[in-house]
Write a protein that binds this ligand. Structure first.
Ligand SMILES: Nc1nc2c(ncn2[C@@H]2O[C@H](COP(=O)(O)OP(=O)(O)OP(=O)(O)O)[C@@H](O)[C@H]2O)c(=O)[nH]1
Ligand SMILES: [Mg+2]
Length: 387
């Protein structure tokens, strides 16, 4: 799951951390060496005075007492020498935080990594603007903080995780189950959901998963088999409906999908059913006729939610697909499928950063319960686990 992004981000983190560690080590080594010799390496005036005295007198005279003033000067010199040595250590320490235990990264230090990060994000299907924004955020965070030199690894990781979380958490929270409940309580059932998106993205499977979820939460539902276009689409819907014990409203192949949705809504109203799940034929965003058909279903069914079903593995095209369909019918929510496959994951970041449409669920397999609510922490744990 999110394999590409995961690899890029941990490579980035490892390279920043190992460079910093190497520099800390380098800065520490001279610091240790300087500590020891400074106190003894610089001869004091006191020693020099007594040595000169011994050479010049050539006699075994008792050494005269060192004048008080000389001792004071020697002390002062020793003190100054030690201070100079400390200042040397201090400079290294300031850069790499040996004394204070923290590192302050500098722009020049991290610039090459930021370029590598941006490239890595692009290769993981994050689009250009988002890759730029994200690496700017990460860079700003890195430069603005003192990072604990003892725990560089987790400190750098936290910075990256927080930047990504900023992108992932900006969407408004949308709880479909709550929405269905409140419509039911105000006796305005059914709650209508239209599922749309490209061919093979997982619309019909996701409808079956949603029906299963609704029933598990005590709601009743009916499925509108409104894909009258693709061969075997109606049988596929019936298969799931039968398995789940849910009614599917069907028509003939080639029939008007909007009229089938209309019938399903009428059925739900007549039987006090809580929700209608409307399937639709897969369409490419470039197919004008199918876009018109979608607008018609939307006009007639008046869905409470139009939900785009997109594949997490569809790379950079995902964002464009959503934009075109959003222009056509205004999308209220997104479900990303196939996260169990080897998705690079970057397109999820792009989607959340670029659009103001909430991601509702993730599809993580082919079974009915392979669907989980959108959760930024789930993504972050997947792409850069804390432990
Ligand atoms: N691994 C995995 N497979 C999925 C997931 N969701 C759907 N699929 C599979 O994707 C394939 C296509 O799913 P459908 O539900 O038929 O997709 P669709 O969008 O209705 O397709 P069309 O009706 O042809 O446009 C099926 O084999 C599903 O089992 C998912 O989350 N993970
Ligand atoms: Mg389908």
């Amino acid at each position: 799951m999110f394999e590409g992004l995961k690899k890029r981000l941990s490579n980035f983190m490892d390279s920043v951390v190992s460079k910093e560690k190497a520099e800390i080590k380098e800065a520490q080594e001279p610091a240790h060496n300087e500590d020891k010799p400074t106190a003894v390496s610089v001869p004091t005036h006191a020693h020099q005075v007594s040595a000169d005295h011994a050479t010049h007198t050539q006699k075994e005279e008792p050494e005269p007492p060192v004048p008080a003033v000389t001792t004071a000067r020697a002390e002062e010199h020793r003190h100054r020498t030690n201070e100079t040595a400390k200042a040397g250590v201090g400079a290294a320490a300031k850069i790499k935080g040996i004394i204070f235990g923290s590192v302050k990264l500098k722009e020049n230090d991290i610039e090459p990594f930021m370029e590598a990060l941006k490239l890595g994000l692009l290769e993981s299907d994050v689009n250009y603007e988002v890759a730029e924004k994200l690496s700017e955020n990460i860079k700003r965070d890195m430069l603005s903080r003192s990072i604990s030199s003892k725990d560089l690894n987790s400190a750098v990781k936290s910075i990256i995780r927080n930047s990504i979380k900023g992108v992932l958490s900006k969407q408004k929270s949308t709880d479909i189950l709550k929405m269905i409940k409140s419509k039911k309580e105000s006796k305005e059932t059914p709650f209508k959901m239209l599922f749309l998106g490209p061919n093979g993205a997982g619309k019909t499977t996701t409808i079956a998963k949603m029906a299963h979820m609704l029933m598990e939460n005590g709601f009743t539902c009916v499925i509108s088999a409104s894909d009258t276009f693709r061969a075997a689409a109606i049988e596929q819907t019936s298969f799931h409906a039968d398995k789940l014990g849910v009614k599917a409203i069907k028509g003939a192949y080639g029939a008007d999908p909007a009229s089938i949705a209309f019938d399903a809504i009428a059925h739900a109203k007549a039987h006090g059913i809580d929700a209608v799940l409307i399937d639709s034929a897969g369409r490419q965003e470039t197919n004008k006729n199918l876009l018109e058909e979608l607008k018609k279903i939307s006009r007639i069914a008046k869905p409470d939610m139009k939900i785009f079903i997109g594949e997490s593995i569809s790379g950079n095209s995902l964002l464009d697909q959503v934009k075109v369909l959003n222009d056509a019918v205004k999308i209220d929510g997104i479900i990303l499928t196939k996260l169990d496959c080897d998705a690079k994951g970057g397109n999820t970041l792009s989607l959340l950063s670029e659009l103001d449409i909430p991601v509702l669920f993730f599809g993580i397999g082919e079974r009915y319960n392979d669907i989980i609510p959108y959760d930024p922490d789930f993504i972050i744990e997947n792409i850069l686990p804390m432990n």
